[in-house]
Design a protein around this ligand. Sequence first.
Ligand code: NAD
Length: 244
Amino acid sequence: MNRLTSKVAIITGGASGLGLAYAKLFVAEGAKVVLADVNEKVGQREATNLGKNAAFYLLDVTSESNWEDAFQFATAHFGQVNVLVNNAGIANLPAEVENFTVAMWNKVLAINLTGTMLGIKYAIQNMKVTGGSIVNVASAIGQTGFPLASAYSASKAAITKLTKTAALEVTAKNYPININSAHPGWVDTGIIPEELKENILKNIPVKKMGTPEDVAYLVLYLASDEAKYATGSQFVIDGGFLAQ
Ligand code: NAD
């Protein structure tokens, strides 16, 4: 309890899946959270369910002006922002590179990678004096290949290097901000295409997918002061997937 007392967090993609699990755990640990998502109906409902320490903000992570407004909203509502979890992301429709469309490639890169870059940009601008933590949700398959998921895998690999670069930049300027990436393996939320599930299960050493709560405890740690010496690092939680 109280591992995030007096922290204010913006969680992108906070309306559902992993992002909502982080939001619930963060509130239970004393934080105030802004669920920032394109899904207004569900996000509003979940923020209301979480009570007075949660609010919803309609954010499309690909829109730079939305990001400026989101930080203004969070600051006006809760007084400050100390934590950003760049969690919003989408999978590509399963397809081999040979048949991949540029439209699908651009869409995945825009949300997963450009969205994360914009989040980091505005978090640094807002937290460089007061300090804070940025957690970028990548994926175990950003560290390996996975057939039919080229855009997704490439976007998550790029987040890893974006994280390291931003961490080095803020550290060089003595900004009190740490920036890390979290790499979940497989968690059965809406993001995993049905046609991939059988193959995925065969490839997890512990023979089951993780739960959103499994990942939430890692993200909680990275968002807390307990992790303040960690920066520019990759934290994997994957049921042994990458150990193979
Ligand atoms: P999800 O589909 O349940 O949730 C994604 C959320 O992001 C949704 O609420 C959606 O509305 C929101 N979103 C989509 N586009 C957006 C945009 N442009 N702006 C703002 N919000 C947007 O998926 P999830 O499994 O909870 O995934 C969350 C993150 O975790 C993603 O980045 C995903 O790549 C990553 N991840 C998931 C798994 C897994 O197995 N589920 C594994 C590794 C990494």
